[in-house]
Design a protein around this ligand. Structure first.
Ligand code: HEC
Ligand code: HEC
Ligand code: HEC
Ligand code: HEC
Length: 182
């Protein structure tokens, strides 16, 4: 009798822990190359091209410059900017993520990339799921109802080179909508 109770007391917490880890299964980062084939045509809205031409795609390379290293040094950092967490946090994705959650094609060098803003894509990247916004969101896609608030998570005075700019004007430089269907 007491044995049964003991077993119960042990098994219930264990099964609870297992079910918790299953529901919180983490999505992994696949990299911009995986989003590219479906988001590069004019019909889809040229998202790849717009991103490539934006500063966001260069955000890691920027950290590899002399200027960046000097800024890091002035801030008291002892490592080159491209290896400094306090810089990487706004300039790339993936630097603080366990390797198992980074796909083969994922490159930190791609800077502020699609998944930096839209969330890791391993589970929403299939056509079947992507066609439905609801299912995409259920599988990890992040859409931003209020993009202004979101932009300010990086575009704020914590950035050593911050200059206040009109967010709507900035949005006009990088927006990449899917064209209206006729
Ligand atoms: C197999 C093709 C395919 C791949 C791969 C793909 N997408 Fe999509 N995506 C689509 C389609 C189709 C839509 C729906 C577009 C429409 O509204 O007509 C879409 C829509 C979206 C939307 C808009 C969602 C909304 O409703 O506002 C975002 C954001 C997005 N994709 C991001 C990504 C990102 C980031 C990746 C890479 C991790 C990616 N997609 C990979 C096909 C794809
Ligand atoms: C994850 C951090 C992050 C987020 C979120 C972010 N940005 Fe940026 N953005 C950067 C970084 C870093 C640079 C500088 C890249 C460089 O110069 O190498 C930048 C540069 C820019 C630039 C060009 C430089 C400038 O100041 O005009 C524009 C425009 C811009 N971002 C618009 C936006 C908009 C609009 C949003 C919101 C939809 C946004 N960004 C969200 C990190 C971010
Ligand atoms: C809070 C987010 C954030 C952090 C932290 C951050 N940056 Fe940036 N960085 C940005 C954004 C956003 C931009 C583009 C607009 C701006 O200058 O604020 C940028 C732009 C830059 C630029 C290009 C600006 C120019 O005028 O050439 C350099 C260089 C740079 N950052 C270096 C660094 C270094 C070095 C660190 C670490 C000490 C760092 N950043 C930390 C967000 C950040
Ligand atoms: C700096 C952040 C940022 C980056 C980088 C970024 N996006 Fe977006 N994207 C947004 C925001 C903000 C919106 C508007 C609200 C939303 O749907 O999330 C948006 C909207 C979209 C939409 C839907 C447009 C519509 O008409 O509904 C698609 C598709 C999309 N992004 C795909 C991509 C792809 C593919 C990449 C990489 C090539 C990418 N995005 C890179 C922030 C970003």
């Amino acid at each position: 009798m007491t044995k049964t109770i003991m077993l119960f007391l042990i098994l219930v917490p264990i099964s609870y822990i297992i079910s918790q880890t299953e529901t919180s299964k983490k999505h992994s980062y696949v990299g911009v190359q995986v989003c590219a084939p479906c988001h590069k045509t004019e019909k889809q809205g040229l998202q790849l091209d717009i991103w490539q031409k934006s500063k966001h795609s260069q955000a890691y390379k920027t950290l590899q410059t002399e200027k960046a290293n000097n800024i890091a040094k002035e801030k008291g950092c002892t490592t080159p900017a491209a290896e400094t967490k306090a810089c990487l946090k706004c300039h790339v994705s993936g630097y603080n993520i366990e390797a198992a959650l980074l796909g083969e094609k994922f490159k930190m060098e791609d800077g502020v990339q699609c998944e930096t803003c839209h969330g890791p894509g391993s589970d929403y990247k299939t056509l079947k799921i992507m066609k439905s916004r609801e299912e995409s969101v259920a599988n990890g896609l992040i859409v931003h109802e209020n993009h202004e608030e979101f932009c300010k998570t990086c575009h704020n005075p914590e950035s050593p080179t911050f200059v206040e700019k009109d967010i709507n004007e900035m949005w006009n430089q990088i927006k990449h909508p899917v064209p209206e269907k006729k």
